[in-house]
Design a protein around this ligand. Structure first.
Ligand code: 5RP
Length: 230
């Protein structure tokens, strides 16, 4: 089965799980990325069963509105039952590395509002140790050089993310930040590194999701779909 077929399968399974487990008319947190796009597509026929959704990016918001969902402002909502999102890597404890799509800050905020985090991905994202995928770090543009020097001292190889549409320009996040992609970090203690990186002046958010780890993983592999609880 191709990776895209695996993503579609997991998106469909996530919709089935959600409709079975979740009380109707509640509010969902929705992430960002190609797997989430397939999830939105599969959930769209049920859009009106939910009171609303909190979105983690402008890209997801545009897609959700187009599909008939009510998108609410995070400030209007106290807490969420469930947040659903993909990941770039997930370890056996449910700790994730995220931000390949550049939406990590809002993803972490919405995830922090939710009681449960359901991660949806294909099995290529399952790793024993995080860090093969370069770690995305969103920074205030003014601080990018200072933050990059700090990360290099930790052994990281840092690249400033460029726009896919125009590689002569920097990638700009929904929060007007820049993204540093950091390869070569040894993430042996994800929680400690997440905390350390949060202390660097100018860092808006880093892509280690240890505090906001997954509580459930719905993962597809060529043989089918597996559900793992953490
Ligand atoms: C976006 C993310 C995504 O969840 C992550 O990049 C996975 O995306 P995809 O489902 O396209 O593989 O963190 O910021």
């Amino acid at each position: 089965m191709l990776q895209d077929e695996q993503k579609a399968l997991v998106a469909k399974e996530a919709v089935n799980c959600l409709l079975q487990q979740h009380p109707p008319y509640s509010i969902l947190g929705i992430g960002t990325g190609s797997t989430v796009n397939l999830f939105i597509e599969a959930l769209a026929p049920h859009a009106t069963k939910f009171k609303g959704v909190i979105s983690s990016s402008q890209a997801s918001t545009d897609r959700l509105l187009q599909k008939g969902f009510t998108v609410l402002d995070a400030n209007e909502v106290d807490s969420l039952d469930v947040y659903i999102d993909g990941a770039d890597e997930i370890n056996p404890e449910g700790v994730m590395l995220k931000g390949g799509g550049g939406a990590l800050t809002r993803e972490k905020i919405v995830a922090s509002m939710a009681k449960r985090f359901i991660c949806i991905c294909d099995s290529s994202k399952q790793v024993m140790m995080l860090g093969k995928f370069p770690l995305p770090i969103e920074v205030i543009p003014l601080a990018s050089q200072k933050v990059a020097s700090y990360l290099e001292k930790l052994g990281g190889v840092v690249s400033l993310r460029k726009s896919k549409e125009d590689p002569s320009k920097n990638f700009i996040t929904d929060n007007s930040g820049w993204i540093l992609d950091v390869a070569g970090l040894k993430i042996t203690d994800p929680k400690a590194l997440e905390t350390e990186l949060n202390q660097i002046p100018g860092v808006i958010c880093n892509g280690i999701f240890a505090q906001q780890k997954a509580t459930q993983l719905i993962v597809s592999n060529p043989a089918g779909v597996e559900i793992i609880a953490f």
